[in-house]
Design a protein around this ligand. Structure first.
Ligand code: NAP
Length: 295
């Protein structure tokens, strides 16, 4: 029997509607309009698309937004100065530096220059540390979106075995940290696998929940899954497709066609995790604007 689809479009729209109501209340009660600053360095078309869609979400929710575009040749010192300006600006509650940055700029130094209370990407070491400790913080958007998808689709991870494939700082590690927390909506037994594990298949097959975040198109097949498991596919890979208008197609890290026959629920790509990321960014910005980003 085919798995139920976990509809990221619907859930992202619900979250945005909740954020919009929260922002209206914040304006009414305290006269605050959430403000988000985007810094885009260079002319990577992918980054341009991301920043544009995030800006659109700000418009939709009546957030204030500022976009600063700079050439790839920008000096690191100038970028740090710009961040310091936004750190000091009371109308800006979230600062987002679109990654990756050109190689002459130290990405970690840039992340650490952002006031952690305005770090709506959740990448600052203070937020990472607080996440691990289970303290209030700004949580990275894509991993937070994964937990929302599970919760809103009625797939409580509590007491389940989750296997996360991938250990990057922006997806795999934070997803693990969130899933293992002793709190409602988490509380899972968590295994993390990566390229250091010779054969991931026997571990993946033990999972009640599989989170695929490896950046390898259609690598997790139905044959690797336990019947009835829940699959969250974070992967976003462009592969050649001569039948598509632009010659490419977006696929996940999971082989959807075979996985859908084995899992009980699965996120599609596109239409799954991707849309949640922007919704969670808006939620983080509202949290920061409300002064609720931890201290
Ligand atoms: P990444 O930094 O390249 O990390 C990939 C991770 O997967 C690494 O830990 C790597 O292991 C592991 N891995 C790679 N191949 C593997 C294999 N064959 N078996 C087991 N583990 C393997 O990627 P990322 O930034 O986390 O992104 C992962 C995917 O999510 C990408 O497709 C990306 O486009 C997508 N993504 C989507 C969103 C969204 O909004 N939906 C956001 C971010 C990322 P090692 O550590 O051993 O190298």
């Amino acid at each position: 029997m085919a798995a139920r689809l976990i509809d990221g479009r619907l859930m992202a729209a619900d979250i945005k509607a909740e954020v919009r109501r929260g922002a209206e209340e914040l304006l009414r009660s305290r006269g605050i309009t959430p403000g988000l600053a985007f810094i885009l360095v260079g002319d990577d078309p992918g980054s341009e698309v991301y920043v544009r869609s995030k800006g659109k979400a700000c418009e939709e929710l009546h957030f204030r937004s500022v976009t600063e575009r700079r050439p790839a040749t920008i000096a690191e010192a100038e970028l740090l100065e710009m961040i310091a300006g936004f750190n000091a600006d009371p109308a800006i509650h979230g600062i987002l530096v679109q990654l990756p940055l050109p190689p002459h700029i130290d990405e970690q130094r840039v992340i650490e220059a952002i006031d952690f209370r305005k770090d709506v990407d959740g990448f600052h070491p203070v937020n990472v540390g607080k996440l691990v400790l289970g303290l209030k913080c700004l949580r990275p958007c894509t991993p937070a979106g994964v937990l929302e998808l599970l919760a809103r689709s009625g797939n409580d991870p509590g007491g389940k075995h989750a296997v996360v494939v991938g250990r990057s700082n922006i997806v795999g590690k934070p997803v693990c940290n969130m899933l293992m927390q002793k709190r409602p909506g988490a509380n899972a037994a968590v295994t993390i696998v990566h390229t250091g594990v010779k054969d991931i298949a026997p571990l993946v097959r033990q999972a009640d929940i599989v989170v695929a975040a490896m950046g390898r198109p259609r690598s997790i097949t139905g044959a690797m899954l336990k019947p009835g498991c829940v699959v969250i596919d974070v992967g976003m890979n462009r592969i050649p497709d001569p039948t598509a208008r632009n010659g490419t197609r977006l696929v996940g890290d999971v082989d959807f066609a075979s996985a859908v026959e084995v899992a009980s629920a699965i996120t599609p790509v596109p239409g799954g995790v991707g849309l949640m990321t922007i919704a969670m960014l808006m939620k983080n910005t509202l949290q920061a604007a409300a002064g609720d980003a931890g201290s």
